[in-house]
Design a protein around this ligand. Sequence first.
Ligand SMILES: *Cc1c(COP(=O)(O)O)cnc(C)c1O
Length: 456
Amino acid sequence: MEHKIPYKIYLSEDELPKQWYNVRADMKIKPAPLLNPGTGKPVTLEELSHIFCTELAKQELNNDDAYIDIPEEILSFYRMYRPSPLTRAYFLEKALETPAKIYYKFEGNNTSGSHKLNSSIAQAYYAKQQGLKGVTTETGAGQWGTALAMACAYFGLDCKVFMVKCSYEQKPFRREVMRTYGADVTPSPSNTTEVGRKILEEFPGTSGSLGCAISEAVEAAVSHEGYRYVLGSVLSQVLLHQSIIGLESMAACDKYDIKPDIIIGCAGGGSNLGGLISPFMGRKLRGEADYQFIAVEPASCPSLTRGKYVYDFCDTGKVCPLAKMYTLGSGFIPSPNHAGGLRYHGMSSVLSELYDEGLMEARSVEQTAVFAAAQQFARIEGTLPAPESSHAIRVAIDEALKCKETGEEKTILFGLTGTGYFDMVAYQKFNDGQMTDYIPTDEDLAKGFANLPEVK
Ligand SMILES: *Cc1c(COP(=O)(O)O)cnc(C)c1O
């Protein structure tokens, strides 16, 4: 078989982008500013710098610079696992008998197993530059904690991870990867923080939640000299770092004259999707090209498709700034879903604004359909995908099947964010036919909306 376009397009080291792209610079309507929960006023750099590293706080507030230089130390770390390949899914196209052309950008080719390393290395770098001792964070399923542990090991920073207790117990291997990289992993809630002790007193035996782990991590950062808090998604700075995914994808596409019609990504807090689509969205915003963008979220946690576009807390403990975003309410507790990385109540304020303006679409999918797509993809294309990534696979397959009906030769690009090796319990449930779908009722959602903060 002869292919004009190779199975895998690898850019050379020299072609690695040297700058991140900040899509906010090209947005006519900027994302709404973060608000100080105490004063209700936009947060200042000074206020943000108490929680985040100063340079990262600056990036968070930067709506103007389209390109930001990637420091050389970060570039050299990126070179260990980047540029990542853009793969033409020839086998999948053939199996689906579709005239569509399908491409995916694979971000699972590093030990952390996902795209999260692209931002953790940047955040650790700026912490080191500032002369900090270490950083604190929370992790649910463990991908972010793993990525941060790797980055901190590289720069010799202390890394304190609060891991939701049930994951700590159920995912011992993730925990051990983090410890191997030198991170200090504490099951949350813990008695090492005031907020943790309070929760333990109120709910003895609780298995913890992401919201509680965030509150503990923030407390640990602000109460220890030389520490700051870092976050793996949702924030605009994280989308900025993840733009490396989209910039490489665009360079690979341009090199082979590939013009995507549809660009698809899974959406938890929005960082991989935002990173993948940013440079393409920039072209769309500047009127240079047009694309259909699709965010895919779990039906069990449908922040874009069923949420409200309002100011909300980013965490259950209500210590972080307020963000305007599509949200289900910071008190919304999604039903157990095996795509742990997609169980966040809100969505990046950049993506929320783009969605609100109709520049991006969103779909929600049920997890059994997602795992069916994951299994099909693993068998046909070889790679065992993460449950989160498989949300994008589901919709890419659905769109390719539509093309089969209409005969349209659309070009589809999707983000394959990670591998699923640590998610075999979920695959086991699916293989045993024991996986169920849960879609919250309007009454369930109303409970989350009832506690939205009032912002004038
Ligand atoms: C965390 C994670 C996601 C979701 O996070 P976003 O910030 O929405 O990108 C998706 N895929 C994988 C593999 C993840 O680990």
